[in-house]
Design a protein around this ligand. Structure first.
Ligand code: HAM
Length: 442
C-alpha cells in the first residue's frame, strides 16, 4: 500500500498558470493602492461595493455582450449542482449594475457613486501584464448623464495615478461612439451594407452582424478588412447631441488641464458602451497593456432588467499599476519592521514572555518571541535575523527576581529593570511615532 506520509511520494504543488500568490512584499503595494483609492473615492463621494466573485453567467453574457471576446473566450464558467451556468467575474461593471437593480438603488439620491477593489478572472493567455486572476479598482456612477460626470471620473482616476506617482507615464486616449440612437442607426447601416455580401462572413461573424456589427472591426481577415474600409463610418453618423456631449467633456478636461489624445479608432472590448470611451495608454507600449479604461454605458441598466438609467465608469488593473510603480521605483511604506524579540529560558519564563509580548502588542510595539525551547544564544541569533532593535531576555535569575534584561541589539549594551516596567521602557525607546496602534472609528 502506498504510504501517504512518505515524503518522496508527496506531490509538489504550484499555483495554476496565470494565477499568482501575493507575497508579503507585494501586499504592501496592494495596501497602498487600496488606501489611495479609498481616500480619493471618499473625497469625491464614492462608497465601496463588493459583488460576489461568482455570478449567474447570464449577468455577464447579457451585460458585457455575448459577442464580446471576454464572454466568448475568457470566462471561467462552471455548472452548479442543479445545472445552472455560473461564472467567475471577468469585470466589475455588470455585477455592480445587477446589484444596483437588485437592491433598488434607483431610490437613492442619484447619481449613485460606487467604487470597488476586487479580484477578477479572465481565461487570457498569460503573458506580461496579462493574468488569469488579476485585480481591478473601478469607479461607477449610475443615474446621471452629464459630460461633467464623465470628466470627473477621468479626473478622479488621474488623481489616483498621480498619488501613486505614475500619472506622467500614460496618455489619455478618448473617442466617442455616439449615443444609443447613433449606435442603433450605425448598426443598421452596417447591416444594410452587408446585405447581399453575407457570403464573405463566417457563421460566427453573421451572428456578430446580427447582434453587434461593431465587433466585425476586430477582424484579422484581410478580405473583410477591405470590405470594412468601404463600409459606412461611425463618425459620419454622430448626431449633434453626441458631438456636443463629447465636446463638452473635452472642454471640462481642457479646463482642468488634463491632456488627452483624440483617437477615432479607439473601440473597447465590451459591448455596453455608448458616447465616450477612453483608455490610459502606457506612453511606450501604446494600446498594449492599457492600465485602465472605461466609458459611458447608458443602455446597460435597462438591458439588465432595470429602468432606463444612464451611467459611466472606469476600471484600472492593479497588477499593471504595481509594475509601473516598481519600474518608476516608487516604493510603498514598509510597516512590518519588527522592533523587539522576547527570549526566555524555561517554562516559567515562557509564561512571562507571552504576557510581555501581549502587553507590547497592546502598546503598539511589533514584537515576537517565545517561539521555541532553544538556548539563549540561539534565540539572540534569531533576534538578529529578525533585525530587531531590542531584545527582552528572561533567564532563570530574572524570573526569580521578577526582572528582565533589555538588550540594545545595535549597540550590544543592556540594562536590567523590574519586569512590570519593561513595556513602558520599550515604548519610550521605540518612540511614539513608530507605534502601531489603531482605534475602531479611526
Ligand atoms: P477593461 O478594459 O476590460 O475594462 O479592464 C480594465 C483594466 O483591467 C485594463 O485596462 C487592465 O489594466 C486590467 N486588466 C484587464 N484584463 C487583465 C488581465 N488579464 N490581467 C491583468 N490586468 C487586466 C473593464 O473591465 C470595464 N469594466 C471598465 C469599466 C468600468 N467601464 C465602465 N466602468
Amino acid at each position: 500500500m502506498e504510504n501517504s506520509l512518505d515524503p518522496s511520494s508527496t506531490p509538489y504543488f504550484q499555483t495554476l498558470r496565470g494565477f499568482h500568490d501575493i507575497l508579503p512584499d507585494d501586499s504592501d503595494y496592494y495596501t497602498l493602492i487600496k488606501k489611495v483609492v479609498r481616500h480619493r473615492g471618499r473625497q469625491a463621494g464614492f462608497r465601496r461595493i463588493s459583488t460576489p466573485i461568482l455570478e449567474a453567467s447570464e449577468v455577464f453574457t447579457r451585460g458585457i455582450g455575448d459577442t464580446s471576446e471576454i464572454v466568448q473566450k475568457e470566462m471561467f464558467s462552471m455548472l452548479s449542482h442543479s445545472g445552472k451556468s455560473m461564472s467567475l467575474k471577468p469585470e466589475g461593471t455588470a455585477g455592480v449594475v445587477r446589484s444596483y437593480i437588485e437592491h433598488g438603488m434607483m431610490n437613492l439620491p442619484q447619481p449613485v457613486q460606487l467604487y470597488y477593489i476586487e479580484p477578477h478572472f479572465r481565461y487570457d493567455r498569460p503573458q506580461k501584464g496579462r493574468y488569469r486572476q488579476f485585480h481591478q479598482f473601478g469607479l461607477e456612477v449610475i443615474g446621471g448623464r452629464d459630460p461633467s460626470i464623465d470628466a470627473q471620473v477621468i479626473l478622479l482616476a488621474q488623481k489616483i495615478l498621480a498619488d501613486l506617482q505614475i500619472a506622467d507615464r500614460f496618455t489619455l486616449q478618448i473617442n466617442t461612439i455616439g449615443n444609443m440612437a447613433v449606435r442603433d442607426n450605425y448598426n443598421n447601416a452596417l447591416r444594410d451594407y452587408f446585405y447581399g455580401k453575407e457570403r464573405h462572413l463566417t457563421p460566427e461573424l453573421l451572428v456578430h452582424l446580427e447582434k453587434n456589427p461593431l465587433r466585425l472591426f476586430d477582424t484579422k481577415d484581410e478580405d473583410l478588412k477591405i470590405l470594412l474600409a468601404l463600409a459606412p463610418k461611425l463618425q459620419d453618423f454622430l448626431d449633434a447631441e453626441s458631438r456636443n456631449y463629447y465636446d463638452e467633456i473635452k472642454s471640462f478636461l481642457t479646463e482642468m488641464r488634463m491632456p488627452f489624445v483624440e483617437n477615432t479608432s479607439l473601440v473597447r472590448g465590451l459591448d455596453y458602451y455608448t458616447d465616450i470611451v477612453f483608455e490610459f495608454w502606457d506612453k511606450h507600449d501604446g494600446a498594449q497593456n492599457a492600465i485602465g479604461g472605461g466609458g459611458r454605458y447608458d443602455g446597460l441598466v435597462e438591458l439588465m432588467g432595470g429602468r432606463a438609467t444612464p451611467a459611466t465608469g472606469a476600471a484600472f488593473g492593479v497588477e499593471r499599476i504595481i509594475a509601473h510603480m516598481k519600474d518608476a521605483e516608487v516604493a510603498p511604506p514598509r510597516k512590518d519592521k519588527m522592533h523587539v524579540f522576547v527570549a526566555q529560558l524555561g517554562g516559567v519564563a515562557k509564561k512571562k514572555a507571552v504576557r510581555i509580548l501581549s502587553e507590547l502588542h497592546d502598546a503598539g510595539v511589533h514584537a515576537i518571541g517565545a517561539v521555541g525551547k532553544a538556548s539563549m544564544k540561539y534565540q539572540l541569533e534569531l533576534a538578529n535575523k529578525f533585525d530587531v532593535d531590542w531584545a527582552v531576555l528572561l533567564g532563570e535569575i530574572e524570573v526569580k527576581d521578577n526582572t528582565a534584561i533589555l538588550r540594545n541589539m545595535r549597540a550590544g549594551t543592556q540594562e536590567i529593570m523590574p519586569l512590570p516596567q519593561v513595556t513602558a521602557r520599550v515604548v519610550e525607546l521605540v518612540g511614539p511615532e513608530n507605534l502601531d496602534t489603531y482605534r475602531i472609528g479611526e
